[in-house]
Unconditional design. Sequence first.
Length: 617
Amino acid sequence: METQGQHVEQFAYKAEMQQLLHLIIHSLYTHPEVFLRELISNSSDALNKVRFRSLTDTPLVSAEAELSVRITTDKDNSKLIIEDSGCGMSREELIENLGTVAKSGTLEFLQKVREGKQSTEGDLIGQFGVGFYSVFMVTDEVIVETRSADPDEKAWKWTSGGEGTYTIEPSDKETRGTSITFVLREEHKEFAEDYRIQSIVKKYSNYVDFPIYVNDEKVNSVTALWHKKSADITEEELEEFYKFVTNDFDKPLGHIQLSLEGAVEFKALLFIPSVAPAQMFRDMEERSANLYANKVLIQQHCKDLLPEYLRFVRGVVDTPDLPLNVSREVTQNSPVMAKIRSVITGKVLGLLEDWAQNDTEKYNTFYKNFGMMLLLGINNDYANRERLIKLLRFSTSLTENDTRISLADYVGRMKTDQKEIYYISGDNRAQLLGSPNIEYFVKNSLEVLLLTDPVEVFTAPYIGEYEGKRLIAADKAELPNENDTTDENKAENETSLLGMFKEILGDKVEDVRLSKRLVSSAVALVAGKQGLDPHMEKMMKMMDKDFAPTKKALEINPDHPLIHNLTTLAEKDKDNVLVKDAVQQLYDAALLLDGGLTNPTDFINRMTNFMAKATSV
Ligand code: ADP
């Protein structure tokens, strides 16, 4: 296509991009105003990039231009222009940045949201700045004119109606940076109102580092809130700042303000969110607090500011002890950063300890959202291991549904002769409470920690011990008096009973033994003497489908009526088919409960036969 002698090239969006745009435009947002936050945030990133470049000797286009964002409203024509003096984009960058989805997984995530499988939309906007394209919520066509800061590059004009295609042609823009121009759709005309734009800027972008002008009037505060004394900061400012840093719509659960002088100097304003992000583990990889040097942002989401398990903490850290053009490699290995990290970690744990002690409700809210992160810390932060263990909370066989207790609480109410801390792991509380393996514990009011979150299941065994009390799996634990001797007559009966089971089950089990732990169930599988901790075994199976489990021992409840009946039947006729089938059935049922029954066909057939016999008249 040729227009006025200039070459206009047309491009099609990648398929994924088209779907993404469709989602954004038609179903995603109920807060269309966030388009402005997204555009300003892109401008702010672009301005930061030029600020960096200006620290080096690289030549810059418009070297003298003020670093700012300028918004012009044209009410009569429902038009909006957002212009920055940032780094701009070359032709290649335009194609790369505005023609493809940057983050892998974005589309899948957004689709899930649309299908209602994710939490509220408010969270979504916060966590997934889909950025630039959100502008298509309010307009049908966008024009981006941009000139790179690099003097070797030309200026370009990018135009798109959102769905399908975009065009690129040369532009006569002379100054460095990017301007974004569009006419608002009828139903979004309000965004061409001066006052409306001002209030949106104040709401979402008040703390952007660069001045934002709306029709030549500066509207944001450009103050570094963390440099103010904490007494001078209002609740509103804190909340606003938190929302700015996180894109969250909720209030934070708490905050920490620090000002340190001495060997390392820094100020910090950090927040603990009240709700966990929808994709916590992904967030851990990508997000963190922001690093400033003398009020200038030098790294957004600086991973080295916090240990991995505390990356849910958001906010800013500002130190004059790092150079402005510090690189990732430097922050990774810098002793200044190590010091900052250790101080912040200590302060965050201190705040949590304070909540745990003085504000249980708050701590419980925190734990529900982020408790599993503390468990991750146990294996990664040896310096704070003991503190972290004290902060853990567990659901147990004696607690109500939602309540969790500390290991200190557990130890405090241990029975006088109890020497160990028991736990059991499984998919959910109800399943664990019904497990034959804890019948003994329940009957004797011995408390058992119930581990159901995968992180809990995996890490809890590494706690090892608490105040000299070993943590052990209830389904492996040796029970008190387990080796009691019984009278001889009984012993003889029992020997033949065990013999019968052993003969029928053969080498399917490591051993068959009488159980002390079973109260109402007839049999249960427990870890064999050579077996792994049952807990670990479940984990291995979760990670490796081909993992071959070790053999287990079958425990039998000699007081169960079914076991009595089988013994009597077997005494009369050693080869009774019913006895054989019943023993097999008991074993398969135990396997089923233990999660190890791979082929249910025989189990079902046997059960059907039993029922047919029982119901025949
Ligand atoms: P994100 O900002 O999350 O990366 P966007 O879709 O908002 O995603 O933007 C994609 C990319 O386009 C940005 O990463 C940036 O490289 C580029 N970009 C967007 N707006 C600007 C701008 N005003 N100046 C320079 N580059 C920009």
